[in-house]
Design a protein around this ligand. Structure first.
Ligand SMILES: NC(=O)c1ccc[n+]([C@@H]2O[C@H](COP(=O)([O-])OP(=O)(O)OC[C@H]3O[C@@H](n4cnc5c(N)ncnc54)[C@H](OP(=O)(O)O)[C@@H]3O)[C@@H](O)[C@H]2O)c1
Length: 307
């Protein structure tokens, strides 16, 4: 089995990679920082000495790099499993060089573009896509504002300024659920499945490590009450990737290996389609921005060499 795990340089993604490697999978570990990826590989090899690991550096907040990654993964051997796990909490003024809010780009546009780009190359082979989202219950009151996907005016993100990045993150995590529904509908007739998962409230990860003010305090306090460690967070994503129990199951959202409902604002077909189309528009806009700035990648220069 060949499995791709994004955000595998720490936390839950590293635990997912370690678990899959322990099952004998070749794991492509995707991360934005070569040294952090190397360090994660060293830790995994200490636990699984014969782990087959391929390190792939890509900044998933940049559409150009997601396209390059997708093009590379589309070459044989094609993946049997792709777990989209990378995510960030970013300040409201944190926009990428392509003009996209960093949390929107990393948490939603990256899986949107990566997974949809792999559907055609995978063709009629079986494959499983898993999207790591967040707690549907906690997110029920953070509907996606389809008129402000890119968080340019940030209306309705709450009265406490330092909490707004967390609300913005919540919106992007609701987009994960909406994307699972929209993609599952498009995968009908293929042998590719896609499911979403909340990994649980997990301590000892890097999420929110750059938070400030009241959100930082809240994160520290919440961390004390978090029950699980990254291995616990990896359990349901890995189960979705490999278990025969979920053969053919698609378009569902899971918590602790159980199907759970997500808020109606994440399942409404009209809203999911609008998110799909708006996401395509934002991807094109980001690519135009990168071209105008003369940046490389597959759009303006020579694609980077890959191992
Ligand atoms: N921890 C929780 O309680 C919790 C609860 C609900 C949902 N989740 C979800 O679980 C997933 C994993 O989070 P975590 O808690 O394990 O946090 P984490 O330790 O911060 O892991 C996030 C991973 O994403 C990577 N990443 C961030 N930006 C990236 C970019 N631009 N390009 C490539 N990789 C990037 C990070 O790389 P670096 O190592 O370079 O930072 C890291 O490997 C996320 O989807 C999160 O939303 C976590």
């Amino acid at each position: 089995m060949r499995a791709v795990v994004t955000g595998a340089s720490s936390g839950i993604g590293e635990a997912i990679a370690r678990s899959l490697a322990g099952m004998g999978a070749t794991v492509v570990m995707v991360g934005r920082d070569g040294q952090r990826l190397d360090a994660a590989r060293t830790r995994i090899l200490a636990a699984v000495p014969d782990a087959e690991l391929v390190l792939e550096r890509a900044d998933l907040s940049l559409v150009g790099e997601v396209r390059e990654l997708a093009a590379w993964l589309a070459k044989p051997p094609l993946p049997d499993v792709v777990i989209s796990n990378a995510a960030v909490i970013a300040e409201l003024d944190d926009f990428t060089s392509e003009g996209i809010h960093r949390a929107l780009a990393t948490n939603h546009l990256a899986p949107y573009l990566l997974l949809r780009s792999l559907v055609e190359p995978i063709g009629d082979r079986p494959a499983r896509f898993v999207v790591v989202g967040a707690s549907p219950r906690a997110l029920a009151r953070t509907p996606v504002d389809l008129d402000d996907l890119n968080l340019q005016n940030g209306r309705g993100l709450g009265p406490i300024p330092s909490f707004r990045p967390f609300a913005a993150y919540g919106r992007t995590k609701n987009m994960n659920a909406m994307f699972v529904h929209a993609l599952a509908r498009r995968l009908g007739g293929t042998r590719i499945t896609v499911n979403g998962v909340h990994p649980g409230v997990i301590k000892g990860t890097g999420l929110g490590r750059d938070s400030r003010g009241a959100l930082k305090v809240f994160g520290a306090v919440a961390g004390r009450f978090a029950s699980g460690r990254p291995d616990a967070g990896a359990d349901t994503p890995v189960w979705l990737a490999v278990s025969p129990e979920v053969d053919g199951v698609s378009g569902r959202f899971f918590v602790r290996r159980q199907v759970v409902p997500t808020a109606s604002h994440t399942t409404d077909a009209g809203r999911c389609e609008r998110l799909w189309n708006e996401s395509a528009r934002l991807v094109s806009r980001a690519e135009a921005e990168a071209r105008a700035a003369g940046r490389g990648g597959v759009f303006g220069g020579v694609p980077r060499a890959r191992p």
